[in-house]
Design a binder for this molecule. Structure first.
Ligand code: PFF
Length: 448
C-alpha cells in the first residue's frame, strides 16, 4: 500500500503548526510567563525556541523524511541492528502517555465550553467561587470522564479519516479559525480599561529576574510547545514530500508557534491586570481566573464561548499529532488496519486518561513516587522523556547519521541554494550547541 503524505506546503504547515500550537500556548505559556516574571521569561524563551529547539525540530523532520517511517521504524531503518531502536520504542510510548493526560485537560475545555454556552459563568461571581467550581468539577467522578471521552473520540474520528483527509483537512479549516478567535479575544482584552499594565508586564523585561530556574522552565516550555522529543514531528516529517524545504517549513512553524503564544498572553494578561488579579496564578489561570473575568466583563459570555472553543480546537490539532504516532507504528510495524490501530490507541489512552482524571478525586491519595497519577504522567513526560528524547535525537542526527545524508535532506540533494549557505551553521548547532546547551540547562535545574 502506498504511504500517505501531506498534499502541499500549506498542508504541512497547518499540520505541524497544529501540533505545536495547543494547550501549551493557551494554557501553559501564559501562566509560566506570569509565574516567571513576564518579559524576562519571554526573552529567554526566544533564545530557547530559535537557537536550540528549531535545530532539533529540523532534525526530527530530517529523520522522518529520510526514513519515511514511523518513529520506531525510522531508527531501525537508519541505524539497523543498533540500540537506537530503543529510542524509537520510547518515542512511540511517550506520546501515548502524553495524549492520555492531554485529553483530560482537553475534556475540561469541552466541559467549560458547554458551561459557557449554558451561561454558567454568572455575572457577579467571585474568583473564589470560580475556583471552587473548578475544584468541584475536576474532583468529581463522571463529568471530567465524559469530557475526556468526547475529546478522545473526536481525536480518533479525525485520525481514522487518514493523513490527508483527516489531519491535513482538519488543520486547514481549524488553524485559520483558531487564529481569528484569538485575535478577537486579544483585541477585546486590550481594550479593557487598565489593560496597559498587563501589556507592560509582557513586554518590559526585568533582566535581574533571569536565573537557572527561569532558563529550565523556558527550555522545557519550548520543547513542549514545539512538540519535540516524542516522535510526533518525526512522524509528521515522514509525511512531508521530498520537494518540501525543511528549513523553511520548520522555521515557519516555530515562528507561528511563538507568535501564537504571545498572542494568547496578550489575550489573557491585560484582562488579568485590568481586574487587578494576580498574574502568578499558575495552572488555574485559564479555568479559574478567566471564567471570573468573563463573568464580570461586558460581552464576557461571548468571549467565554469563543475562548473555550479556541482551546478545544487548539488541543485537538495537537492531540491528533500525538495519537498519530502510535497509529503509524501499529499500521506499519504490526500490520494493523488504520481503524484497528486507532481503536487500540483509543482504548489505552482512554484507560490511562480515566486514571489521570480520577487522580483529582477518588484516587487523589494514590501516589507513585510521591506524585498523583496525573502529575506523574505530566512530570515524567515533560520534564524527563521529552528533553531526553530530544537530546538523543539531536545526537543521533549530529553524530550517528552520515553528514552527507543529513545535508542531502536539508538541501534537497543540493538543489536549495539558500539552505546550502546556512547548512554549516545549522549542522554546527545540531552537533555541538544543542546537545551541550540542553544537557547543561537540565543538569543545572536538577542540581540547583
Ligand atoms: N505542542 C503541544 C502544545 O503546545 O500544547 C503539546 C504537544 C503536542 C506536546 C504534541 C508534544 C507533542 F508530541
Amino acid at each position: 500500500m502506498e504511504r500517505e503524505s501531506f498534499g502541499n506546503r500549506f498542508g504541512v504547515l497547518v499540520a505541524m503548526a497544529g501540533s505545536a500550537i495547543g494547550l501549551g500556548n493557551l494554557w501553559r505559556f501564559p501562566y509560566l510567563v506570569g509565574s516567571y516574571g513576564g518579559a524576562a521569561f519571554i526573552f529567554v524563551y526566544i533564545f530557547c525556541v530559535f537557537l536550540l529547539c528549531l535545530p532539533i525540530f529540523m532534525s526530527e523532520v530530517i529523520v522522518g523524511r529520510r526514513s519515511r517511517s514511523n518513529a520506531f521504524g525510522a531508527f531501525k531503518k537508519l541505524a539497523p541492528g543498533t540500540k537506537w531502536k530503543w529510542l524509537g520504542a520510547v518515542s512511540v510510548v511517550t506520546p501515548i502517555i502524553v495524549v492520555s493526560y492531554y485529553s483530560v485537560v482537553g475534556g475540561w475545555s469541552v466541559e467549560y465550553f458547554l458551561k459557557a454556552c449554558t451561561f454558567e459563568f454568572t455575572a457577579g461571581a467571585t474568583q473564589s467561587e470560580m475556583g471552587m467550581m473548578f475544584t468541584k468539577f475536576i474532583s468529581s467522578v463522571w463529568s471530567p470522564i465524559v469530557g475526556h471521552t468526547i475529546f478522545l473520540l473526536l481525536t480518533a474520528a479525525i485520525i481514522i479519516s487518514g493523513v490527508k483527509s483527516g489531519i491535513e483537512k482538519f488543520g486547514k479549516i481549524m488553524m485559520p479559525l483558531l487564529f481569528v478567535l484569538i485575535v478577537i479575544i486579544a483585541v477585546r482584552a486590550a481594550t479593557l480599561p487598565g489593560a496597559g499594565e498587563g501589556l507592560k508586564y509582557l513586554f518590559k523585561p526585568d533582566f535581574s529576574k533571569i536565573d537557572t530556574s527561569v532558563c529550565a522552565a523556558a527550555l522545557g516550555q519550548a520543547f513542549f510547545s514545539l512538540s519535540l522529543g516524542v516522535g510526533t514531528i518525526l512522524t509528521y516529517g515522514s509525511y512531508v514530500n521530498k520537494k518540501e524545504n525543511i528549513a523553511l517549513s520548520s522555521t515557519y512553524t516555530a515562528t507561528a508557534d511563538f507568535f501564537f503564544a504571545l498572542l494568547a498572553s496578550c489575550a489573557i494578561m491585560p484582562a488579568v491586570f485590568a481586574f487587578g488579579l494576580n498574574p502568578q496564578e499558575g495552572p488555574g489561570l485559564v479555568f479559574e481566573t478567566l471564567p471570573f473575568i468573563f463573568s464580570n466583563m461586558p460581552m464576557g459570555w461571548l468571549v467565554a464561548i469563543l475562548f473555550f472553543l479556541a482551546l478545544i480546537v487548539a488541543a485537538l490539532t495537537s492531540s491528533i499529532s500525538l495519537y498519530e504516532v502510535g497509529v503509524a507504528y501499529l499500521v506499519e510495524e504490526k500490520q494493523y488496519s488504520r481503524r484497528g490501530a486507532s481503536i487500540l490507541v483509543f482504548i489505552i489512552a482512554w484507560v490511562c486518561g480515566v486514571l489521570c482524571s480520577l487522580s483529582f478525586g477518588p484516587l487523589s491519595d494514590f501516589h507513585i513516587f510521591g506524585q498523583t497519577i496525573f502529575n506523574l504522567f505530566d512530570k515524567v513526560s515533560a520534564n524527563f522523556l521529552m528533553p531526553v528524547g530530544g537530546l538523543l535525537l539531536v545526537i543521533f542526527v549530529g553524530w550517528v547519521m552520515k553528514k552527507k545524508d543529513v545535508m542531502d535532506e536539508f538541501t534537497n540533494g543540493g538543489t536549495l541554494r539558500g539552505n546550502r549557505r546556512i547548512s554549516g551553521f545549522v549542522y554546527f548547532l545540531i552537533r555541538y550547541v544543542c546537545p551541550v546547551a540542553v544537557l547543561a540547562v537540565f543538569a543545572s535545574a536538577l542540581i540547583f
